[in-house]
Design a protein. Structure first.
Lengths: 140, 140
């Protein structure tokens, strides 16, 4: 069995509001977009923001809109990049959860919610290599 | 700005119950584990299951336990692999949301919740190439 996740899909209420957060906040470029979904090509997988109603219908589940216990992390190359990115994400429609500070296990991180309440950790983790294609390797 | 997600972290209530789903269900091997977290090296990023209380404390947010509007997808190499994997995930503590069937845009997919309510799409998408390292490329 391939140890592989192909797509991360976040349900969103307002596609354009979400787009501002990812395109203006993170600076990412969509690879595809239409009236109900935006796809981004990531480091070895695809990231999608899809209207929550459509995602819920596809899953045959209620359109849950509350925050849930999960977080996506974007790691940056230096400690000094953490807070400026958090600030830019907040300026792009995000909500601050935690300003950047140093966790016990090392590095530096903070958290921001996207406009739909999905949590993003912005982290500098010097222990985990990231190659030029963005591929991240676990290391202790 | 690197178009990159470093880590997907799911909050879980019971680490061992979650481990059964991912190790026995998906057949994945942890790269690290201790009493509160299990990490898996994935295709260009790291996947973690972390006790929900610890994740919530790190995010400075309530420990939300309800399902949320997001889904992770694991794509398989053929249509015939979709339903058997769904069945194995259900047998490993998952909950069936949707048996495999064909969506309008092509391919074949179904959905299962993990033991903590996180949704997984199991899909065959012949349009999106997956290389031998598991790296997935968007294509229309």
């Amino acid at each position: 069995m391939q140890q592989q996740i192909s797509v991360i899909t976040l349900g969103v209420d307002d596609l354009e509001r979400s787009r501002v957060f990812y395109v203006d906040g993170f600076g990412w470029k969509p690879v595809f977009e239409n009236a109900e979904i935006v796809f981004y090509q990531m480091n070895g997988f695809v990231f999608g923001t899809w209207l929550g109603m459509a995602l819920a219908a596809d899953m045959i589940r209620k359109n849950e809109r509350h925050p849930a216990p999960f977080a996506l992390a974007h790691n940056v190359a230096s400690q000094g990049e953490v807070q400026p990115l958090i600030d830019r994400l907040v300026a792009s429609g995000g909500r601050l959860l935690r300003n950047g500070d140093a966790p016990e296990h090392g590095g530096f991180r903070g958290y921001v919610e996207d406009p739909d309440g999905h949590a993003w950790e912005i982290a500098w983790n010097p222990a985990w290599p990231i190659d030029e294609d963005g591929h991240v390797t676990f290391a202790t």
